[in-house]
Design a binder for this molecule. Structure first.
Ligand SMILES: N[C@@H](CCC(=O)N[C@@H](CS)C(=O)NCC(=O)O)C(=O)O
Length: 331
């Protein structure tokens, strides 16, 4: 684990605030691909390249949106190896499920950042959307990459589905914000806390939010109501990792997701959609978390984890609403 400072790699762990709280830094590349042709990044088949880690919930969001929109043919993907050591994310095609850097051929993910900006400073994170034409990073913030795939690649995408439609847009934004701090980032805030008070604060807010969402998903099929939207993907990528790693490794162990009938059914409905199971690499998820965070797990032992029956009937039809399979795949 490390970061770039003025183009130089430094090996340093996350710096907590004085109260031991984990502080996540802002993504640095924030340009947009625009369908309307404003600006210099326009959508095109084969032009953009996506860098991901199968382990990472933020990268996972973009892989799910790519699959649901039918963008696999248009946006190729390079996958880093699960272990993130002192040198940061690394490409190693000898590890099953990982690839070389197909766009640039470098050894480390930081080489992609340095190709975009030789004097780059900041954390070297996945996901990264790379433009093969201008040879630069367009964006490295998952929320924005998801939105671009959803709205800006219409001419290229094989499936005509909108997961943040105008009538629901404000509600989707509100819900994305609502789940971000206590849930998506909350598991990290619990896991990376270096003082008891910081951990207590994070883990309490996390389970309060999960309890709330459990109640909501007992009344309606999706977070924004009748139909699946982007925010359901954002919740899913945290929940699918929860019982395997966050529960044990990040000490989020008041309950498991399987103990929440509505959350667990919700996870299964999304997991069972065409193309989603193959975006869930449980081997990379387990190895990445348990092996990479030496301060939390110094001997890097990978915990066995529970056996999850993700293919069991999800039973979400009883809530009415729109089945995602019908909405997206017309089945
Ligand atoms: N805000 C970013 C966060 C991305 C992020 O933190 N990714 C993690 C992997 S789960 C990473 O690459 N961390 C490397 C580091 O912090 O050095 C997003 O949502 O895209």
């Amino acid at each position: 684990m490390g970061q770039l400072v003025d183009g130089k790699w430094t090996t340093q762990w996350y710096e907590p605030d004085p109260d031991g709280r984990f502080v996540r830094s802002e993504a640095g590349f924030r340009s947009w691909v625009r369908a309307a042709g404003e600006g210099s990044f326009s959508p095109a088949d084969g032009r953009y390249h996506l860098y991901v880690a199968w382990a990472c919930p933020w990268a996972h969001r973009t892989m799910i949106m790519r699959a649901l929109k039918g963008l696999e043919h248009a946006i190729d993907v390079s996958v880093v190896a699960p272990f993130m050591g002192d040198q940061g994310w690394r490409f190693n095609a000898e590890v099953e499920g990982a690839t070389v850097d197909k766009a640039l051929g470098g050894e480390y993910l930081r080489d992609v950042y340095l190709a975009a900006d030789p004097r780059c400073s900041g954390r070297v994170t996945v996901p990264v959307l790379w433009d093969t034409q201008q040879r630069t990073i367009v964006n490295n913030e998952s929320r924005e990459i998801v939105r671009m795939f959803d709205h800006e690649f219409g001419g290229v995408a094989r499936r005509d589905v909108d997961l943040a439609p105008p009538a629901l847009r404000d509600e989707v934004e509100r819900l994305i914000d609502f789940i971000y701090e206590p849930i998506n980032n909350g598991v990290y805030r619990a896991g990376f806390a270096t003082k008891q008070g910081a951990y207590d604060e994070a883990v309490t807010a996390l389970f309060e939010a999960l309890d709330h969402v459990e109640g909501l998903l007992g009344q309606q099929r999706w977070l924004a109501g009748e139909r699946m939207t982007e925010v359901d993907i954002f919740l899913f990528t945290t929940l699918i990792r929860f019982d395997l790693v966050y529960h044990t490794h990040f000490k989020c162990n008041r309950k498991r997701i399987v103990d929440y009938p509505n959350l667990w059914g919700f996870v299964r409905e999304i997991y069972q959609l065409p193309g989603i199971a193959k975006t869930c690499n449980f081997d990379h998820i387990r190895k990445h978390y348990y092996q990479s965070h030496e301060t939390i797990n110094p001997h890097r032992i990978v915990a066995i984890g529970p056996q999850l029956d993700l293919d069991a009937a999800h039973g979400r039809e009883r809530l009415g609403g729109v089945a995602a399979r019908a909405m997206i795949f017309g089945e």
